[in-house]
Ligand binder design. Structure first.
Ligand code: PRP
Ligand code: HPA
Ligand code: MG
Length: 177
């Protein structure tokens, strides 16, 4: 375990198993539809890559780069650094995200994709931190519910570090306090 990690919440094996479950569910629920998976960079990369391999449908990939966090706090400004590149008019979108925390990011991005003419926009998130929610937004697919702690690994960072850890863990408070 990394020295800055207080405890491991979910191992790599547990995450892969949830990706299998969610991938199977999506494959059944979207049968016959043209789905576009929209990954939010950077945090979603490992979850996106694993989940996509368990979806047995023809799917398109697209990506947005959005960020709003400095350290452990949201700035409240969702900055779009890269927008999607495909036409999504009339398409069924699943946003693939690492974590749903205050909900500001997904609330903002979902509205943007609907504004561009998507037929439907649902959310698949690896983690849901319900206790911190400030915006009315819900994920259709959730890997795991987590308590109110700052987590790292499997794509998630603190000041751009720890994204490459193969597990999800809690960051030691002494690292950021
Ligand atoms: O629900 P919220 O409070 O909006 O928090 C969730 C968002 O915060 C993180 O992104 P971040 O801004 O850190 O960008 P990153 O993916 O590049 O790390 C995370 O990847 C989510 O997109
Ligand atoms: O707990 C978190 N960890 C990493 N990034 C985040 N973005 C929102 N919440 C978190
Ligand atoms: Mg981040």
């Amino acid at each position: 375990m990394h020295k800055d990690c207080k405890e491991i919440l979910f191992t790599h094996d547990q995450i892969v198993k949830r990706c299998e479950d969610i991938g199977t569910q999506i494959s059944e629920e979207y049968k016959g539809k043209n789905v576009i998976l929209v990954g939010l960079l950077k945090g979603s990369i490992p979850f996106f890559a694993e989940l996509a391999q368990h979806i047995s449908l023809d799917v398109e990939f697209d990506f947005m780069a959005v960020s709003s966090y400095e350290g452990t706090e949201s700035t409240g400004n969702v900055l779009v650094k890269k927008d999607i590149s495909n036409d999504i008019t009339g398409k069924d979108i699943i946003i693939v995200e690492d974590i749903l925390d205050t909900g500001k990011t997904l609330h903002t991005v979902r509205a943007m994709l609907l504004e561009k003419g998507a037929a439907s926009v649902e959310i698949a998130t690896l983690l849901n931190k319900q206790e911190r929610r400030l915006y009315p937004i819900q994920a259709k697919y959730v890997g795991f519910e987590i308590p109110n702690a700052f987590v790292i690994g499997y794509g998630m960072d603190y000041n751009e570090n720890y994204r490459n850890l193969p597990y999800v863990g809690v960051l030691k408070e002494e690292v950021y306090s």
